[in-house]
Write a protein that binds this ligand. Sequence first.
Ligand SMILES: Nc1ncnc2c1ncn2[C@@H]1O[C@H](COP(=O)(O)OP(=O)(O)O)[C@@H](O)[C@H]1O
Ligand SMILES: [Mg+2]
Length: 270
Amino acid sequence: MRSDWSDLPAEVLGAITAHTGPIHRIEPSSAGNHADIAATVHAGGGRLFVKAARKTEPDTDGPEVRSLRWEAAINPHVTEYAPRLHWTVEVGGWLVLAFEHVQARHADYSPGSADLDILTKVIDSLQAHPVPSVLERKRVERRWEAMADVTMLAGDTLLHADLNPANVLLGDDGSVCLVDWTFAGRGAAFLELALLVPWLLKAGHTPVEAEAWLSRFPVWTNTDQAAIDLFSRVFADKWKLNLAANDAEWAREHADAAWQWADHRLEDGR
Ligand SMILES: Nc1ncnc2c1ncn2[C@@H]1O[C@H](COP(=O)(O)OP(=O)(O)O)[C@@H](O)[C@H]1O
Ligand SMILES: [Mg+2]
């Protein structure tokens, strides 16, 4: 849930402006919803992208702060893809991360979009990237561990694990930047692709079209199809549970897409 920039205590603002110089304008991000604050900051020294989260107690990180700590930890290891983290501030019960600002648009995942070819290249490259040691013990499959035996989701591939179109920023010059590394970790290579399915559906693909697109990745066609079936079910079940805590419209849409995919994969097996 986003807060407003004006919610930042004076002590935190002071620490920020000690880095930036006088701030002229704040542009809150229209996309994403995890960090308490995500905004483009126009300041004397230029533009920055600032993410900030409030601790739950002066000495206790909440989930948003923990997420930002992961982003800060992984950033120096994925500089080929991620905007650089310039500085951090931890004061007054807040953690603030200031990234290089990227002038770009969100990717378009609709059927036939040329952006999907760019996405293919960046995923191929990411999957060949060694897992940074900082993520050695951050297993992405933990998210579904309470739901089923998910050993088939374990693996040694670096996963961004949240390649939604608003986290894939495309510049006019053909450059691509991946942001929001909160969920990154290691796991089975096919998991990165499976997590794209709801986004492909929400962008207008049918489940058949989404699967046809994913079949361009050898790792998708070479993975035991029973493992993908199982994941589609576990993923949809988890989303159903999530709705009990969060029934925002985007969450309902995501859960619907997850169910649509699981139904498609499992309809022969019922
Ligand atoms: N370095 C950056 N430069 C410019 N825009 C960014 C940058 N990082 C993120 N954004 C934009 O802000 C949005 C929210 O940031 P993100 O890191 O995804 O936060 P959240 O965790 O809240 O989703 C992104 O979807 C993207 O549009
Ligand atoms: Mg995001």
